[in-house]
Design a binder for this molecule. Structure first.
Ligand code: ATP
Length: 333
């Protein structure tokens, strides 16, 4: 069988452990993949003076598919976030984050099944800041029609393709009248092209309250960059935390798959991190490559281990280390 070649960024903190875990599970599942693996991020910068080696970018430009573990951007050295740079450089405009209740994981919330579509290339992440004086700084929120259209259309197309019922636009157009107003008005225009999908909108602050009171009312949610960043973490908390939320970053030509969480330096090297979010990100990558059967096998094995509840990691109130959890998944496979 022909193998798909994918680029893997090993990253910082818990990144290397997660990559090791994912490769083990992918191998056990017989995933038809071959890897081009690169060290990137802070540790790589300290070793070789570059955050991302040129060969690593060349590989992604060739393979167009990346599994990326979390990367730390050195703070205070003037670097732009590597994540923001990669999303911008390859125009990975749609950050898609599925958040779903896991029956075996106890939380006060049931039946959460939300997919967040976060605009990934502009907004306050454009990094346009002006220091007017020692006491005044302006941060510019950039909103362009093509980027709004891309993310909103991606949300509706996903709803159609995946049999979802509703898309909610989240915004603050009552205060940020022009920038968020344009996002909302483009949303309303595009919604008309999808008469079978219910479309509504909510102000971000009300959305936060609704999410922690009645999260089951939400289906697909689409929003600008910073709102998406914040709501993703909030939604992760509804279903068991950052250890269980994967994501894809999709552009017209390239696709990058990563967990929503960061490099978790507080637990790095201890092999206690929960690799589920990263494993599910790898499954999203397999779906993208047309290997849905293989992805489903891995998802089933993970479900079985989670449901049995015997080998859960600490963030899910278990005692297992990462290796015990991964071995249990491989056993099922
Ligand atoms: P970033 O700014 O890069 O998004 P962050 O500052 O939000 O990162 P994370 O690295 O995501 O922080 O970690 C937040 C908290 O969640 C930390 O206490 C970390 O240990 C925990 N955490 C993150 N990922 C995992 C994981 N996979 N398993 C267990 N705990 C995790």
């Amino acid at each position: 069988m022909d193998k798909h070649t994918v680029t893997v960024f090993r990253g910082d903190g818990i990144g290397p452990e997660l990559v090791e875990a994912a490769m083990k599970v992918l191998d056990c599942a017989g995933a038809p993949l071959s890897y081009e693996v690169f060290d990137v991020g802070e540790a790589e910068y300290e070793r070789n003076g570059k955050l991302i080696p040129d060969e690593a970018l060349a590989s992604f430009e060739r393979t167009r598919v990346m599994l990326k573990s979390p990367i730390t951007t050195p703070v205070g050295k003037g670097f732009r976030s590597l994540n923001v740079t990669l999303r911008g450089k390859y125009n990975l405009y749609a950050n898609i984050r599925p958040v779903k209740s896991i029956p075996a994981i106890e939380t006060p919330f049931k039946n959460v099944d939300i997919v967040i579509f976060r605009e990934n290339t502009e907004g306050l992440y454009a990094g346009v800041e002006d220091v007017i004086s020692e006491d005044e700084v302006h941060a510019l929120k950039i909103v362009t029609r093509p980027a709004c259209e891309n993310i909103i259309r991606a949300a509706f197309d996903y709803a159609v393709k995946n049999g979802r019922k509703k898309v909610t636009c989240v915004h603050k157009a009552n205060i940020i009248k022009r920038a968020d107003g344009m996002f909302l008005s483009i949303f309303r225009d595009i919604a008309k092209e999808y008469p079978d999908i219910e479309a509504d909108d909510k102000i971000i602050d009300n959305t936060c309250m609704q999410l922690v009171m009645r999260p089951e009312q939400f289906d697909i949610m689409v929003m600008q960059n910073l709102y998406g960043d914040i709501l993703s973490d909030l939604c992760s908390g509804l279903v068991g935390g950052l250890g269980v939320v994967p994501s894809s970053n999709m552009g017209a030509d390239h696709a990058m798959f990563e967990a929503v969480h960061g490099s978790a330096p507080d637990i790095a090297g201890q092999r206690i991190a929960n690799p589920t979010a990263f494993l599910w990100s790898a499954c999203l990558m397999l779906d993208h490559l047309g290997e849905k059967d293989c992805a489903d096998r891995i998802r089933n094995a993970i479900d079985q281990v989670l449901n049995e509840g015997k080998h859960l990691t600490r963030d899910l109130h278990g005692n297992a280390g990462m290796d015990e959890y991964v071995d249990a998944i491989c056993e099922k496979l």
